[in-house]
Design a protein around this ligand. Structure first.
Ligand SMILES: [Mg+2]
Length: 230
């Protein structure tokens, strides 16, 4: 049995900045802070880690409680519904539907998520592209502020979904940033870079990815061969 754990933002979909706008609106409503996300590089970070960074850098707060982070996340998720819905540039990335349809049909593959989004946010982002049906479980920013923690949580949930053992070297963490690759490696899994975000194939390989593709349209066959599925 193979386990494939997909990141969401810039790996499966692009939301056109819906998450950033929703977090901006949450911070403005709760703390009258404008432009919260300006100068914050969110790529590959978990939602709670991004919020902690805003508290520290924008509100100059050293200590941030779990309750405060939860309050921001609640407001963020409310705004996220609206921002994902109204985004003009939301789209599912090249080759994603095709690869997910073909993998879903196999009985030797389990599909899961490994994303820094909190679970409710992840499901909102995937709903507009009709991608939730491919993923019965995942690891989320709501499980762990540290990305490696949520990757491991995803693998634990996968184990609960199958009676067959899933070996570490049959588990693939797939994402668009060096943070995805680092989290996969720290968890003892294999890693696949997809250069549909801010990082090139070369950068993802240099970050330690076992292999990297430009996107799932061009890289589909190479991906299937390299994960020993073809
Ligand atoms: Mg990403």
């Amino acid at each position: 049995m193979k386990l494939l754990l997909f990141d969401i933002d810039a790996t499966l979909i692009l939301t056109g900045g819906a998450g950033l706008k929703a977090l901006d609106r949450a911070m403005e409503r709760l703390f009258s802070l404008r432009g919260a996300m300006q100068g914050v590089a969110p790529h590959g970070k978990t939602d709670p880690a991004i919020i902690r960074e805003i508290f520290q850098n924008k509100l100059h707060r050293e200590h941030v409680s779990e309750e405060e982070i939860s309050t921001v996340l609640e407001s963020y998720v409310e705004f996220l519904h609206d921002e994902v819905e109204r985004s003009d540039t939301y789209h599912v990335l090249p080759g994603i539907f095709e690869i997910l349809e073909s993998l879903k049909a196999r009985n030797d593959v389990l599909l899961g998520l490994a994303t820094g989004n909190v679970e409710s946010g992840a499901r909102i982002k995937l709903r507009r592209g009709d991608l939730n049906r491919f993923f019965a479980f995942g690891g989320y920013g709501s499980d762990s502020e540290d990305r490696a923690g949520l990757v491991r949580r995803a693998a634990e949930r996968a184990a609960a979904h199958t009676s067959t053992r899933i070996e570490n070297d049959q588990t693939f963490v797939i994402g668009d940033t060096p943070r995805d690759i680092d989290a996969g490696r720290r968890s003892g899994f294999r890693t696949v870079g997809v250069a549909t975000g801010q990082h090139s194939v070369e950068e993802l390989r240099a970050a330690g990815a076992d292999f990297a593709i430009r996107n799932f349209d061009e890289g589909r066959d190479y991906f299937l061969r390299s994960t020993f599925m073809e």
